[in-house]
Design a protein around this ligand. Structure first.
Ligand code: GLC
Length: 459
């Protein structure tokens, strides 16, 4: 199937292989991470790797696994236009017309400082900013094109400002980079014209080289959409080789046609098979880039649930903001991240450095885990008793996480009940019960269905 004019954005994204299910997180009904299909949408599952390669990846990814929660930032010329980052293609805007936005893009100085401050307050340990999105405009200084921030409206290197801001707030620094390019003359014809492919690959590797060279230590390289080439066409092995040579500690995602260090489910929470790192990236409304009319905001409660749900599956949550053209963050995003931050501030221990939880089934709670400690993250507070079915480990004690108040436990074969709790949720939007067990908490919901003694038909 080829992308056609009749194709919706979602369909063309699927065709592009970015796995873009546009399921708004607010609509997710299950709190259990689903297991990713063996074949990922954007890259093959990694081939057999040597123990050294695996150990080396573990070393590079240690901080990231502990971090759990990051801020994604989509910012570019589309932020000036305010119609979503796909506007250029969706509205069929001619390049010469779209380019005018480059002159109008005049952000406030050091706008990224407010983003980084908000990320810190929200408990987002790392940031990933668009250095170049599909529109082709480079937010950074480059010798390879004039279509870049210092030579256009902004008159300065916006990536440098971002890096400085993130570091000032102690956040790890990530660069998003879109391989697909709607502006470069070779951006589409590289698929059918070998000379164009060579030029475009040289350009692409050159831009990535600049990004990996000019900004000090970079923690994440987040490739996006590899249309219209594949890993061979992009010379992705060579590109990653260069990246690791320049940045030996960096981690890279899987969107340049190679498996990379982690998978990137988009707009959905989907755990990979154990052993493979993953990060769910998600919008707070339905747009990555600023779209002024998009008011489909997720609640702070949904966002906290999503953080929990990712941690439960051993993954990370990369939550997006789409600043306006002037660099300011939409107030709705600030409000929500502030609320999420209030929760994270008190409950961070139950998220950061947690491990994948085998216990994952409840309609009122999510679960995070550290060793034998299970954090029951109750988002639908039922009243004085919270029950979990099918817990196979013996519970030795429980308490309310924030106050340390002891919670009574009644454990039976097929369920455990935490009793004598307040009628009203002690913490909003999610209350945590900390549970100690005699081993790594395990749940078997099958046994509840199959083994619960049935009754006769006569009653
Ligand atoms: C998709 C979209 C893009 C967005 C990205 C984030 O690839 O094309 O607009 O930047 O997802 O994951």
């Amino acid at each position: 199937m080829k992308p056609s004019r009749g194709m919706s954005r979602r369909e063309s994204l699927q065709w592009l292989g970015v796995g873009a299910t546009t399921v708004a997180a607010g609509n997710l009904t299950s709190c259990q991470p689903q297991t990713e299909q063996p074949k990922s949408a954007s890259a093959p599952v990694e081939p057999h790797e040597s123990p050294q390669v695996i150990a080396e990846r573990e070393r590079r990814m240690k901080w990231w696994h502990a971090a759990k929660f990051g801020m994604f930032i989509h910012w570019g010329l589309y932020s000036v236009y305010g119609h979503h980052e796909w506007a250029m293609e969706e509205e069929g805007i001619p390049v010469a017309e779209y380019e005018q936005l480059a002159k109008q893009f005049k952000p406030q100085p050091r706008a990224a400082r407010a983003w980084a401050k908000l990320a810190r307050q929200a408990g987002q340990k790392y940031m990933v900013m668009t250095t170049k999105h599909h529109e082709g405009f480079c937010n950074f200084d480059t010798k390879l094109t004039n279509y870049c921030a210092p030579k256009q409206g902004p008159g300065r290197d916006l990536v440098a400002e971002y890096v400085e801001a993130a570091r000032a707030e102690g956040r790890r620094v990530g660069f998003y980079y879109s391989l697909m390019d709607w502006h470069h003359p070779d951006g589409a014809r590289c698929a059918t014209d070998e000379a164009a492919r060579q030029r475009f690959v040289e350009y692409t590797h050159g831009l990535v080289r600049e990004l990996m060279t000019n900004y000090g230590k970079i923690d994440i390289l987040w490739y996006d959409v590899d249309w219209p080439l594949d890993a061979k066409g992009w010379e992705s092995e060579k590109m990653n080789g260069m990246v690791f040579k320049l940045q030996p500690d960096i981690i890279v995602n899987n969107r340049n046609g190679l498996p990379g260090d982690f998978s990137t489910p988009e707009q959905e929470i989907r755990a990979t098979k154990a052993g493979r790192a993953w990060e769910s990236c998600m919008t707070m409304n339905d747009s990555w880039g600023y779209q002024r009319a998009d008011d489909n905001w997720k609640s702070a409660k949904t966002l906290v649930r999503n953080v929990v749900e990712c941690a439960q599956g051993g993954g990370n949550y990369l939550l997006n903001i789409g600043p306006k053209g002037d660099g300011s963050i939409p107030v709705e995003s600030v409000q929500r991240l502030t609320e999420v931050g209030r929760w994270m501030d008190k409950h961070g221990t139950t998220i950061y450095e947690t491990e994948r939880s085998q216990v994952d089934n409840s309609v009122m709670a999510g679960f995070t885990r550290k060793g034998n400690t299970l954090y029951v993250q109750v988002y639908n507070w039922p009243g004085s008793t919270v029950a979990v079915g099918g817990l196979r480990t013996k519970v030795s004690s429980a308490k309310l996480f924030t106050t340390g108040r002891k919670v009574d436990v009644k454990q039976e074969d097929l369920r455990v009940q935490f009793t004598g709790l307040p009628e009203k949720a002690p913490e909003e939007p999610v209350t945590t019960i900390e549970v100690e067990s005699d081993g790594e908490p395990a749940q078997d919901t099958e046994s509840v269905r199959k083994e619960r003694p049935r009754r006769g038909v006569g009653i």
